[in-house]
Design a protein around this ligand. Structure first.
Ligand SMILES: Nc1ncnc2c1ncn2[C@@H]1O[C@H](COP(=O)(O)OP(=O)(O)OP(=O)(O)O)[C@@H](O)[C@H]1O
Ligand SMILES: [Mg+2]
Length: 505
């Protein structure tokens, strides 16, 4: 089915999120949509999917004008969407989520879950997913939840498929699988829109590329364009794709982790006797395939894991046994890997989110009352400094684009007086320009003498930011090596092997 968007305009109050955007996607084509955080990509897709009415313009399928009033209409017309922010219901099972919105019922009105289960199994098999139809969504890692979204979109035989940043939460292997699935669907004649900030992925799968900036189409590019060309077209300036950093000047040991063990709610050991030291003025990057204990380790560092033994000291003070509040108050900055559940309150404004984890309100509360002017000025300054694309600091965080939500979390955590920075997937969902900025800020924190722990599944990010790299596998640290260790060696370590002759750092 051929998809055409003609002159789509969408405003939110005074903000023009989409300004007369036109786009054509042919059947059998993967069309990449590239653009900065807040450029209007998700908005355009939400209009197409019937979530928002357009203020102007039309959507055509095979030449016929459509009038979608809801996603249900769009689905019935053959459009499937994998959302940037998951739209799954956490307390429902996989199968229940898949049929949500197009429930099949048995005589007597009961839900036909059996059919849904069968469908989940079939699609899983077709695409090589390993998915239990009866698992509860909330018990699944994000990468697996993503697959549920994909199955949900595919379960309706969609002819037009929208993937809004699906790879941000996937492992490299999962990303490869998804690319394979997208190519497979394309070859079967689907028209596919693919949104990603990872330029390599764009060049790998795109048949055509459209770049949008500030709500407008600024041009088309070919998949043969270089990363630098694509980046500058997107952001409107040249972007440094490599981090510039001088040698580190480590100070006395600051963060010392020894014999750390974390058990999950079922008493399975998920972090095994982990020990490492991070000096002030250096970045220790923790690499590994997602799901090897990194999440639990970072959560343990900030007091978010209940079943912890061993020791974590910061400048000599024991942190194990302290509450999250106490740890944050001790000067620990924390960027969680999942901003929407742990980092932000969507129903709070940007300004309110910026003061979230300051106990007793920090500088914003005097004699028990909130200093609105002080907070407002601070927020305004951060919005500018971090280039948070919003109408103002009183906008609700939940209305920001994905990347801009991430910038709010970073702005808050990097603006406190820090003794330690723990950042998990700090640039997830950010555009290339913003990644450049965040990397600079992390290096600036290091150069100011702060110990920094960065957890990232992106090997590029790891090797660029790190002074030393710790690789995790099945809850344990395989080894700690210098940042210039060859990628192949890191790859082997990520699979649990410590090759002979590798120098420890
Ligand atoms: N429901 C809403 N209410 C008000 N403003 C909104 C709403 N949804 C989006 N916006 C605004 O519209 C603009 C475009 O946002 P959109 O989510 O489309 O960006 P995006 O290109 O998908 O960015 P990202 O790469 O960060 O996901 C942003 O300035 C955002 O704040
Ligand atoms: Mg988006």
């Amino acid at each position: 089915m051929k998809l055409e968007l003609r002159g789509i305009t969408k405003r939110f109050g005074p903000l023009v999120a989409n300004d007369a955007i036109s786009l054509t996607v042919e059947p059998g084509e993967i069309h990449c949509l590239l653009g900065e955080n807040g450029a209007g990509k998700s908005t355009l897709m939400n209009v197409l999917y019937g979530l928002y009415p357009a203020d102007d313009g039309e959507v055509l399928l095979d030449g016929e004008v459509q009038h979608f009033k809801s996603p249900g209409d769009a689905m019935r017309a053959g459009i499937g969407m994998v959302h940037q922010h998951f739209m799954l219901i956490p307390v429902f099972t996989v199968a229940e989520n898949v049929i949500l919105g197009h429930e099949q019922t048995k005589p007597g009105g009961r839900l036909d879950l059996g059919a849904a289960r069968q469908q989940v199994r079939e699609i899983s098999q077709r695409f090589g997913f390993d998915l239990d139809p009866d698992a509860l969504i909330e018990s699944l890692p994000v990468g697996v939840q993503q697959r549920v979204e994909i199955i949900k979109a595919l379960s309706r035989d969609a002819k037009v498929l929208i993937f809004d940043e699906p790879t941000a939460v996937l492992t490299p292997q999962e990303t490869e699988d998804l690319m394979r699935i997208m190519r497979q669907l394309r070859d079967q004649g689907a028209a596919i829109v693919f949104i990603t900030h990872k330029l390599q992925e764009v060049r790998d799968v795109a048949d055509r590329i459209t770049v949008i900036r500030l709500g407008k189409v600024v041009g088309e590019a070919l998949p043969t364009a270089s990363n630098a060309e694509l980046a500058s077209m997107m952001v409107g300036r040249a972007v440094a794709l490599e981090v510039e950093k001088g040698p580190s000047h480590p100070t006395d040991a600051a963060l010392v982790v020894s014999g750390l063990r974390v058990a999950d709610p079922h008493d399975q050991i998920v972090v095994r006797d982990v020990s490492f030291t991070v000096h002030g003025g250096e970045v220790l990057a923790i690499a590994g395939v997602q799901g090897n204990g990194q999440t639990e380790l970072t959560q343990a560092l900030v007091g978010l894991q209940p079943k912890v033994t061993g020791s974590i000291t910061l400048d000599g003070d024991e942190l194990v046994g302290r509450s999250v509040r106490q740890v944050l108050d001790a000067g620990v900055g924390y960027v969680p890997e999942d901003r929407s559940s742990d980092g932000l309150v969507g129903g709070f404004t940007i300004a309110e989110n910026l003061m979230l984890d300051r106990s007793s309100g920090g500088p914003f509360v005097k004699a028990g009352s909130l200093q609105l002017k002080v907070l407002g000025d601070f927020a305004q300054q951060k919005v500018q400094e971090f280039d948070i694309r919003a109408l103002g600091s009183s906008e609700f965080a939940g209305q920001l684009s994905g990347g801009n939500q991430q910038k709010v979390v970073l702005a808050r955590e990097l603006s406190r007086d820090l003794k330690l920075l723990v950042a998990a997937q700090p640039t997830r969902g950010l555009d290339v320009g913003s990644i450049e900025f965040v990397h600079k800020r992390i290096i600036a924190a290091r150069d100011a003498g702060i110990p920094v722990v960065v957890v990232s599944t992106e090997l590029d990010e790891v090797t660029q930011l790190a002074d030393r790299v710790a690789v995790m596998f099945r809850g344990a640290i395989v080894g700690i090596v210098p940042a210039d260790t060859p990628r192949e060696t890191l790859g082997l370590m990520m699979a649990g092997e410590m090759p002979g002759g590798v120098k420890a750092a």
